[in-house]
Design a protein around this ligand. Structure first.
Ligand code: HDD
Length: 702
């Protein structure tokens, strides 16, 4: 617009995409188009109304900008400081709110307020994460997933900072920086990131036999979960439960997904990372927005000193688990996630978990990894969140009353009021006092020994449980482990590192060693490393360690991709859509054009994905409904053929209707098996969707 002086002054009205879209006062939600004047006045951080948010203050139309423009300076200054250091590990994460409910009264085991009564509920916040990649990396890296839970109890915040794998790579926190340096991008070239398939990682691991058990887990499909909703969580360490009378037992914490366990397969993971790097984030967001709230049961394995003394491994060793067959998991609570954050940075990025956050009735053990973690988390939050007052940030603040004498420091939001800021003091209003009855008391364990840099002798058994994990898997899962190791080591450029790693495998399983050696093209299996301690013979397979033996039992919570063309049968489509909804699943329509399709009956069906943006790897199962003309058109589309060919190659159930079967043939699927199910009439969809409960048509993959 030209004003009377002839100057051009772009204003908010001439800019189409700025602010003030509104629905229920949430900027950016709903409203169709930009409307001027229906939002609140824009102000600076100091609350001063802003008159112009498009132009800097300058002298004349083409003259120099003036330093005097305080609105400009504040805006740029603040933008320049938007980033905080990302987490040194677990940088990429996604969080949600919910609640935890005790489903058992555990007062015979712990004095924790939360467990004194069945049905007691507390708010919860959970952050899931990958470990190695940076904040902007992909969701389906082969990696451990963090499963960090903050419970806002009436006795303060209790953080269970766990993973989706029940054991860890190392036994002593002393080795953590080495482990993480080795897996992250190399310091000279700054690649590869968000993956362990490189020399540094396998060089380190091959020199650390204690990592072998966890390596079996990370090479399994546990490290490529289908969704955060379909994975387990573990507190990993042995903790203590302590009663009001001071009696203590050991405990291990488990989170078991009501949705069942499900993972993707490696070829899918690689392709998902390209098609939708935010696959896991989107999945959690969509489920919660749809009201399909994911739920986990809290399980505890409780055991006493007598069990610990006879168990063939050290219960303080985080590279070992306790099989559920030895100590059953007792379900004592449920965790439900039912609300996404209002703001990612304020909550998910600023949430600070600390293993040291435990409540009365819970205590640490002498696990050397846990002891080291208790230092690291508090330390890292101080740096990451800019000072000691990170507990003043709402997501980190307790939701119960709290009173202490900590004061001042950067960003102090609420200092104690009054004169007394020390204790003891003699003032009438003297402030809080320690309470020996209600306060946290450490379990008075007797300890004694020489002060030395050593580990317990049972820590030296590195292979027994690695073997137990391997033999607990189904044949398909064992194959996936072998292929994953071959894949990873094939990315290792130094042959000596490959061989050094393979030389551990005969100590775990001879067939596995042979398969991997063959896959790498080694002439023979290298001579096995000598174990530091004789492995325990005869450990039995444990079903709870397999994903496939603990899969979902319906299509609930899962997603179907419907590849549709114009001219398809209305009834058939209705049948498919209803059967998926009835089973508690969701679907997306994938079509040649994003404008959607028109059925034979003239109904317009909108698409959520254009075919090249919605590959079948994004779905748990697929349906292909095509008219004669539609099938011919699909034949000419590479993305459509890959959709079908990949779905088949990944063992997916495929429902085909109309000329869909003919199209499958032209996609190279000449001999469809029982996992390809014909949808001839409306009612066929129901049995198709029930078949999909099995996740994949495994016969095709074995
Ligand atoms: Fe850790 C973050 C889980 C060992 C030091 N860790 C972090 C997170 C999870 C875990 C889930 C992300 C929390 C979030 O979402 O903000 N870490 C584990 C588990 C371990 C483990 C299950 C072994 C049983 N960690 C471990 C050791 C050390 C650390 C041995 C150091 C001695 N971990 C950290 C850290 C992080 C962290 C540097 C980075 C960001 C943060 O803490 O908040 O302090």
């Amino acid at each position: 617009m030209a004003d009377q002086s002839g100057l051009y002054t772009p204003s908010a009205e001439t800019q189409s995409s700025n602010d003030t879209k509104e629905r229920k006062n949430v900027p950016g939600e709903g409203g169709e188009t930009h409307q001027r004047g229906d939002g609140p006045a824009l102000t600076t951080s100091q609350g001063i109304p802003v008159g112009d948010n498009q132009n800097t203050l300058r002298v004349g139309a083409r003259g120099p900008a003036l330093l005097e423009d305080f609105h400009f300076r504040e805006k740029i200054f603040h933008f320049d400081h938007e980033r905080i250091p990302e987490r040194v590990v677990h940088a990429r994460g996604y969080g949600a709110h919910g609640y935890f409910e005790a489903t058992e009264d555990l007062s015979d085991l712990t004095s924790a307020h939360l467990f004194q009564e069945k049905g007691r509920r507390v708010p919860a916040f959970v952050r899931f994460s990958t470990v190695a990649g940076n904040k902007g990396s992909v969701d389906l890296a082969r990696d451990v997933r963090g499963f960090a839970v903050k419970l806002y109890t009436e006795e303060g915040n209790w953080d269970i900072v766990g993973n989706n794998i029940p054991v860890f790579f190392i036994q002593d926190a002393m080795k953590f920086p080495d482990l993480i340096h080795s897996v992250k991008e190399a310091p000279d070239r700054a690649f590869p990131q968000a993956q362990s398939a490189h020399d540094n990682f396998w060089d380190f691991i091959s020199l650390m036999p204690e990592a072998m058990h966890m390596v079996m887990w990370t090479m399994s499909d546990r490290a490529i979960p289908r969704s955060f909703r379909f994975m387990e969580g573990f507190g990993v360490h042995t903790f203590r439960l302590v009663t009001a009378e001071g009696k203590s037992q050991f405990v291990k914490f488990h989170w078991k997904p009501k949705q069942g366990l499900q993972s993707v397969i490696w070829d899918e993971a690689v392709k998902i990372n390209g098609a939708d790097p935010d696959f896991h984030r989107r999945d959690l967001w969509t489920a919660i927005q749809n009201g399909d709230y994911p739920e986990w049961e809290l399980g505890v394995q409780v055991f006493d000193d007598a069990f610990a003394d006879t168990f063939p491994f050290d219960v303080l060793d985080a590279t070992k688990l306790i099989p559920e067959e030895d100590v059953p998991v007792r379900i004592v609570g449920r965790l439900v996630l039912d609300r996404m954050v209002d703001n990612f940075f304020a909550e998910t990025e600023q949430v600070a978990f600390c293993t040291q956050n435990i409540v009365p009735g819970i205590d640490f053990t002498n696990d050397p990894l846990l002891q080291g973690r208790n230092f690291s988390y508090l330390d890292t939050q101080t740096k990451r969140l800019g000072g000691p007052n990170f507990t003043h940030i709402p997501i980190n603040a307790p939701k119960c009353p709290f009173h202490h004498f900590q004061q001042d420091g950067h960003m102090a939001m609420h200092n104690p009021v009054g004169r007394a800021n020390y204790e003891p003091n003699g003032w009438a209003q003297g402030g809080p006092r320690a309470d020996p009855e209600k306060g946290h008391r450490s379990y008075p364990e007797q300890v004694d020994g020489e002060k030395r840099k050593v580990r317990g002798e049972l820590f030296a058994d590195h292979y027994s449980q690695a073997r137990q994990f391997y033999i607990s898997q189904t044949g398909i899962e064992q194959d996936h482990i072998a292929s994953a190791i071959v894949f990873e080591l094939s990315k290792v450029e130094t042959p000596a590192i490959r061989e050094r790693l393979v030389a551990h495998l005969p100590n775990i399983d001879k067939d596995l060693a042979a398969k991997v050696a063959d896959g790498l093209g080694l002439k023979s299996v290298p001579k096995a490393h000598t174990p530091a301690r004789t492995p325990v013979e005869g450990l039995k397979p444990s079903d709870s360690l397999s994903i496939l033996k603990n899969g979902p039992d319906s299509f609930a919570g899962r997603k179907m991709g419907l590849l549709l063309t114009d001219g398809i049968d209305d009834d058939l489509l209705d049948g498919v859509m209803n059967a998926i909804k009835d089973a508690g699943g969701i679907f997306e329509v994938v079509a040649p054009k994003i404008g959607g399709i028109v059925t034979a009956g003239g109904k317009e069906v909108p698409a959520q994905q254009k075919i090249d943006g919605g590959p079948s790897v994004l779905y748990d199962a697929v349906v292909i409904l095509a008219s004669e003309d539609g099938a011919k058109a699909l034949k000419g589309m590479h993305a459509a053929k890959t959709f079908a060919a990949d779905a088949f190659a990944h063992g997916k159930f495929i429902g085909v209707g109309g000329a869909g079967a003919a199209f499958l043939k032209s996609s190279g699927i000449d001999s469809p098996d029982d996992g390809v199910i014909a949808l001839n009439k409306k009612g066929d969809a129901k049995s198709f969707v029930s078949a999909c409960a099995k996740v994949r048509f495994w016969d095709r993959l074995s």
